[in-house]
Design a protein around this ligand. Structure first.
Ligand code: ADP
Ligand code: MG
Length: 260
C-alpha cells in the first residue's frame, strides 16, 4: 500500500469516434459498470452536449445544478460537480449549455488542456476515468484526447463504418505531437457485431490490419437488450446483467485491468 501522502493518478480512458451511433456512450456506461463490479472506483465524464450518458444513468441534464460546462468554462472543481449514481459509478453530467463551451473555449489560451488540468487538480478518489466524447473532433474531443492515457475507438462491424477513422487517427497523431505525448491508442472496440452476418465477420477480420491497430476482444454483440437499456434510464449491465452483450463488456473490462 502506498503511504497516505502519495497520490496515485487515475487512468484516464477516452472513447472517441467522430461518427455518431457507434456505441461510444453504451461502451462508456457498460465498461464503467463492469470496472466498478471489478472493484475499481470509476468516474464517468459526459463530454457530449446531447447528454445521452447523463440520461442513461438516470440523471436529467435539464435539472442538474452544475455540469461539465462549469468545469470547462468557469473552473469549478470536478469533485464539486460529480454525482453518485445507482450503478456504483460517479458521473460528471453534461448539460445542453455545453454546446456553447466550444465557442467560449476558442478564445482561451491552452483551451485543449482545461479538462486535463481539472483532472490533475481533482482528488484521487478514482482508479479510472472514462470520457464519453461527442461525435465531433472539436475542442471538447481535443480536451479528452489531451487528458487521456488511452484511447478506445468503438467501431461498428457494419458497412461503411470505417469512414472517418483515418481522420480521427490523423487528429490523434497531431495530439501526440503537440498536446499529449503519452496518449496511446489502446485499440478498436468492435461493436454491434452480428456473428451470423458474413459482412460483420469480414469487417472484424480486416479492421485491425487495415489501421494497424490492436483490436480489443471480444467484439460486442448486437442485442436488443442494449437498444432498450437507455430508455429505462439505467446502465446496461444493471438491466441486462446476464445478456451476451453485458458479458462481452465484462471480458473487455477484465482485459483492461493490467493497464490500470
Ligand atoms: P454513440 O454514443 O456512439 O452515438 P450509442 O452508445 O448512443 O452511440 O449507441 C447508439 C445506439 O445503438 C443506441 O440506441 C444504443 O442503444 C444502440 N446500441 C449500442 N450498442 C448496442 C448493441 N451492442 N446492440 C444493440 N444496440 C446497441
Ligand atoms: Mg454518445
Amino acid at each position: 500500500t502506498p503511504p497516505a501522502t502519495e497520490t496515485t493518478r487515475p487512468t484516464v480512458i477516452a472513447l472517441a469516434n467522430q461518427k455518431g451511433g457507434v456505441a461510444k456512450t453504451t461502451s462508456v456506461a457498460s465498461l464503467g459498470a463492469a470496472l466498478a463490479e471489478l472493484g475499481k472506483r470509476v468516474l464517468l465524464v459526459d463530454l457530449d452536449p446531447q447528454a445521452c450518458l447523463t440520461f442513461s444513468l438516470g440523471v436529467d441534464p435539464d435539472t442538474v445544478e452544475r455540469s461539465i460546462h462549469d468545469v470547462l468554462t468557469a473552473g469549478v472543481p470536478l469533485d464539486e460537480v460529480a454525482l453518485t449514481t445507482d450503478d456504483g459509478m460517479d458521473l460528471v453530467p453534461s448539460a445542453i449549455e455545453l454546446a456553447g463551451a466550444e465557442a467560449m473555449l476558442l478564445s482561451r489560451p491552452g483551451r485543449e488542456y482545461v479538462l486535463r488540468t481539472a483532472l490533475e487538480a481533482g482528488d484521487t478518489a478514482y482508479d479510472v476515468v472514462l470520457l464519453d466524447c461527442s461525435p465531433s473532433l472539436g475542442v471538447l474531443t481535443l480536451n479528452a484526447l489531451t487528458a487521456a492515457d488511452g484511447l478506445i475507438i468503438p467501431m461498428p462491424c457494419e458497412m461503411l463504418s470505417h469512414r472517418g477513422v483515418g481522420q480521427l487517427l490523423d487528429t490523434v497523431g497531431d495530439v501526440q505531437k503537440i498536446l499529449n505525448r503519452d496518449l496511446e491508442v489502446w485499440g478498436i472496440l468492435p461493436t454491434l457485431y452480428d456473428g451470423r452476418s458474413n459482412h460483420s465477420r469480414e469487417v472484424l477480420a480486416d479492421v485491425g490490419a487495415r489501421y494497424d491497430l490492436p483490436v480489443l476482444e471480444p467484439p460486442i454483440p448486437k442485442t436488443v437488450r442494449f437498444a432498450e437499456a437507455p430508455a429505462v434510464g439505467r446502465a446496461i449491465l444493471a438491466t441486462a446483467r446476464s445478456s451476451k452483450g453485458a458479458q462481452a463488456y465484462r471480458e473487455v473490462a477484465q482485459s483492461l485491468l493490467p493497464r490500470l
